[in-house]
Design a protein around this ligand. Structure first.
Ligand SMILES: NC(=O)c1ccc[n+]([C@@H]2O[C@H](COP(=O)([O-])OP(=O)(O)OC[C@H]3O[C@@H](n4cnc5c(N)ncnc54)[C@H](OP(=O)(O)O)[C@@H]3O)[C@@H](O)[C@H]2O)c1
Length: 282
C-alpha cells in the first residue's frame, strides 16, 4: 500500500510530520539512495546530524529525489565537541551543516546532547538567533532531562519545540513525557524499534500477527498512538522503508496499547551511556 503522510504533530509554530527517516549509520551511496527513495515514496521528514558524518550524502539524496525543499521537514543536530556550543562556534557549525546539506535552511536544529562546559545562558540565545536569521525554522534539544529543559527555557525567546530522546516500548519516559506535554514540547522518539529489540518480543510479535503487519509497524503505531510524539525509525533497506511509513495507518485497540505499555522496564535503555549523558528522569 502506498501512503502519503499528511499526518503532522504541532508544537509552537512547528508542524512536524509524524514519521521521519532516521539516518544514523546510513553511509555513502546507501545513504544517498535511501534518502532519495524515501522522499520519492512520500516520506516528508528526514533526520540527520553532524555526528553521523552523512550530511553531504543526505543532501545528495535530497537532490537526487527531485522533491522540492519546501515539501519535507529536515532536521540536523549540532554535536557538542570542540566547545561548539559557544555562540560563535554554534553559528559556524550551523552554517557548515547547511553547506553540507546543500540547503539554505533546516526545519529543525537540535543541540544533540547537553554540554555542561558551556552555560545554556550562552548557547540558547545563540540557537534562538539562528532561527531569527532564518538558518533554521525551529529549534529543539536532544537527550535533555527535565532540569536541562527548565534551564534552557529560561533563555529561549522562541519556542523549543522538540526533545529528541530514546523511546520505544521497553523504556520508561513517563515523567519526561508528562513534563513535555505540559510545556507543549513534542517527544521525538529515537531508536523507536529499540534497535531491533522489538522484533524479538513475544507480545509485540503476537499483536503483529493478529494485525497481519510487522513488529516494526506495531512499535511505531504504539509510539504514535500518543498525539504528543513523532518517531524517526532508521532504515537503510529500501524493503523496510514503505512498511515503516505505513505504520501510521495501523490502529491498535486500547487493550493492545496497554499490553505494550506494560513492557517498559527500568533497564530498558538501548543506547550506551556516553560520559556526557544527563541523569535521566526515569
Ligand atoms: N538524538 C540522538 O542522540 C539519537 C540517538 C540515536 C538515534 N537517533 C536518531 O534516531 C534514528 C533511529 O534510531 P536507531 O537508528 O538507533 O534505531 P531504530 O530505528 O530503533 O532501529 C534501526 C534498526 O532497525 C532495522 N530496521 C528498521 N526498520 C526495519 C524493519 N521494518 N524490519 C526489520 N528491521 C528494520 C534497521 O536495519 P536496516 O537499516 O537494515 O533496515 C536498523 O538495524 C537514528 O537513525 C537517528 O536518526 C538519534
Amino acid at each position: 500500500m502506498s501512503t502519503k503522510t499528511y499526518n503532522i504533530r504541532t508544537a509552537g509554530q512547528a508542524n512536524i510530520p509524524v514519521l521521519g527517516l532516521g539516518t544514523w549509520q546510513s553511509t555513502e551511496q546507501d545513504c544517498v539512495d535511501v534518502v532519495s527513495q524515501a522522499l520519492q515514496m512520500g516520506y516528508e521528514h528526514i533526520d540527520t546530524a553532524q555526528a553521523y558524518g552523512n550530511e553531504k550524502q543526505v543532501g545528495e539524496g535530497i537532490k537526487q529525489s527531485g522533491v522540492a525543499r519546501d515539501k519535507f521537514f529536515l532536521t540536523t543536530k549540532i554535536f557538542p565537541d570542540d566547545m561548539k556550543f559557544q555562540p560563535e562556534k554554534l553559528v559556524a557549525a550551523a552554517k557548515r551543516s547547511l553547506e553540507d546539506l546543500d540547503t539554505d535552511y533546516v526545519d529543525l536544529l537540535l543541540l544533540h546532547w547537553p554540554d555542561d562546559r558551556v552555560p545554556l545562558s550562552e548557547t540558547i540565545p545563540a540557537l534562538c538567533e539562528l532561527q531569527k536569521q532564518g538558518l533554521t525554522r525551529h529549534i529543539g534539544v536532544s537527550n535533555f532531562n527535565i532540569t536541562d529543559i527548565i534551564e534552557a527555557k529560561k533563555y529561549a525567546d522562541v519556542p523549543i519545540v522538540v526533545n529528541q530522546v530514546e523511546f520505544h516500548p521497553f523504556i520508561k519516559q513517563q515523567t519526561l513525557q508528562e513534563f513535555l506535554n505540559n510545556h507543549h514540547i513534542l517527544l521525538e522518539a529515537y531508536s523507536p524499534l529499540a534497535r531491533g529489540g522489538v522484533f524479538e518480543n513475544d507480545t509485540i510479535k503476537e499483536i503483529a500477527d493478529k494485525h497481519n503487519v510487522t513488529p516494526a509497524q506495531i512499535s511505531l503505531a504504539w509510539i504514535l498512538s500518543n498525539k504528543d510524539r513523532v518517531a524517526i525509525p532508521k532504515t537503510a533497506n529500501p524493503d523496510h522503508l514503505q512498511g515503516n511509513l505505513d505504520a501510521i495507518n495501523v490502529q491498535l485497540s486500547a487493550e493492545e496499547l496497554e499490553q505494550i505499555g506494560r513492557l517498559a522496564r527500568s533497564d530498558g535503555r538501548k543506547i550506551e551511556h556516553p560520559d556526557y549523558s544527563p541523569v535521566w528522569d526515569d
